[in-house]
Design a protein around this ligand. Structure first.
Ligand SMILES: NC(=O)C1=CN([C@@H]2O[C@H](COP(=O)(O)OP(=O)(O)OC[C@H]3O[C@@H](n4cnc5c(N)ncnc54)[C@H](OP(=O)(O)O)[C@@H]3O)[C@@H](O)[C@H]2O)C=CC1
Ligand SMILES: C=C(O[C@H]1[C@H](O)[C@@H](CO)O[C@H](OP(=O)(O)OP(=O)(O)OC[C@H]2O[C@@H](n3ccc(=O)[nH]c3=O)[C@H](O)[C@@H]2O)[C@@H]1NC(C)=O)C(=O)O
Length: 302
């Protein structure tokens, strides 16, 4: 199997391996066992070769970005993890930015605001990739990715490329139609349409300051664990705090004392610890307030 993987008809610059890549190195939570195969791709051709190869071998695969929204299992992943490093940025017309899906969303947010464009101020400080942000419809500070998406380039599971215009896509709160696309292998690039603004940089600095004050950015986390619930004005963080769970610990995992929707790996947390802490919070919020919390983080089974 390894020799077959090594025969992928693309130059993978040495970034492929079998059995020795720990998923804890690929996730911001720093949790997860070894993956059977690992490939890092830096352009569409490499991605297409990796996807076709996995299909030919009937091998399970997942495409990840910065791993800022993933909870990997302690047993690892028994297929191939494809890490997306398709990193480029083109400025086509004023306000039109075409970014590779592996481009850091934080960097794109900072650059566009610095250049005097509004629409992605909220992306400053978000630790994911452009592809992950489109897939999750990332948002903060009353802005979201969907507001500024012009078109999205994808690769199908057969390794074909397609361009989808905004009118062909649907988005909701932390939801996009990509999440239901059976034929999708990966988002490969996103074109954003931004407006000229004199206040973009100043607004972004305020958002970043608010983030620093309210979120435990210096600790090991995956951002918000739960989506905010519908049908109540209370946020997930408020409900967890009101349930008395700030500082609650299971093994190496702790509910942040600073922001109750951030669960921290304080050292040596396992996936099992984190899943138990998630269940504990869901159970307490349901029992005390009758509200069902739904995870924003994605658990990736082995
Ligand atoms: N607002 C905030 O402060 C924070 C926001 N976030 C957001 O969480 C998201 C995570 O981004 P990132 O760390 O890069 O993603 P991850 O590496 O965590 O991947 C999470 C999942 O997203 C899907 N995905 C990622 N990249 C692609 C792609 N190119 N094409 C198709 N699907 C993809 C995959 O889903 P599957 O396995 O189902 O195919 C993957 O398992 C972003 O939206 C980020 O902005 C994260 C932390 C904090
Ligand atoms: C961090 C993420 O996104 C964040 C995004 O950064 C921020 C800023 O706009 O708004 C959302 O958080 P949030 O709803 O918890 O926003 P906050 O403004 O921090 O808190 C909402 C309310 O809860 C209260 N609050 C917050 C933390 C806490 O421990 N206790 C508490 O009571 C706050 O005082 C506020 O009244 C996004 N999360 C979700 C699930 O929608 C992420 O997706 O990973």
């Amino acid at each position: 199997m390894l020799s077959a993987l090594l025969n992928i008809d693309c130059s993978l610059n040495g970034s492929r391996s079998q059995g020795d890549k720990l998923l804890s190195d690929l996730s911001t939570w720093r949790i997860g066992g070894p993956c059977k195969y690992f490939v890092q791709v830096s352009d569409q051709h490499q991605l297409a070769s990796a996807v076709r190869h996995c299909n030919q071998q009937s091998m399970r695969y997942i495409v990840i970005g910065k791993g800022s929204n993933c909870l990997f299992d302690d047993l690892g992943f028994h297929g191939c993890v494809i890490r997306n490093s398709i990193v480029f940025l083109e400025r086509n017309q004023p306000g039109l930015f075409r970014a590779g899906s592996g481009y850091p969303f934080n960097r794109l947010g900072l650059q566009t605001a610095n250049e005097g464009f509004s629409g992605l101020e909220f992306a400053g400080g978000i630790p994911g990739t452009v592809g992950g942000a489109a897939y999750m419809n990332a948002g903060a500070n009353e802005q979201e990715t969907a507001d500024v998406v012009e078109s999205v380039e994808i690769m199908t599971r057969e390794g074909e490329c397609k361009i989808l215009n905004r009118s062909e896509l649907s988005f909701g709160y932390r939801w996009s139609s990509f999440q239901d696309m059976k034929f999708l292998a990966a988002i490969t690039a996103v074109t954003f349409k931004l407006k000229v603004s004199e206040s973009a940089k100043k607004n972004q600095q305020e958002y970043l300051e608010r983030r620093r004050c309210s979120q435990p950015l210096e600790e090991t986390s995956a951002g918000s664990v739960f989506r905010n619930p519908l049908g109540t004005d209370l946020s997930a963080a408020q409900l967890i705090e009101m349930a008395g769970l700030k500082g609650c610990r299971v093994g190496g995992s702790v509910i942040s004392e600073k922001h109750a929707n951030f669960f921290i790996n304080r050292g040596g947390a396992t996936c099992g610890d984190m899943l138990r802490l998630i269940d504990l919070a869901k159970e307490a919020v349901w029992r005390q307030f009758g509200v069902v919390l739904h995870e924003e983080v994605l658990y990736i089974p082995p």
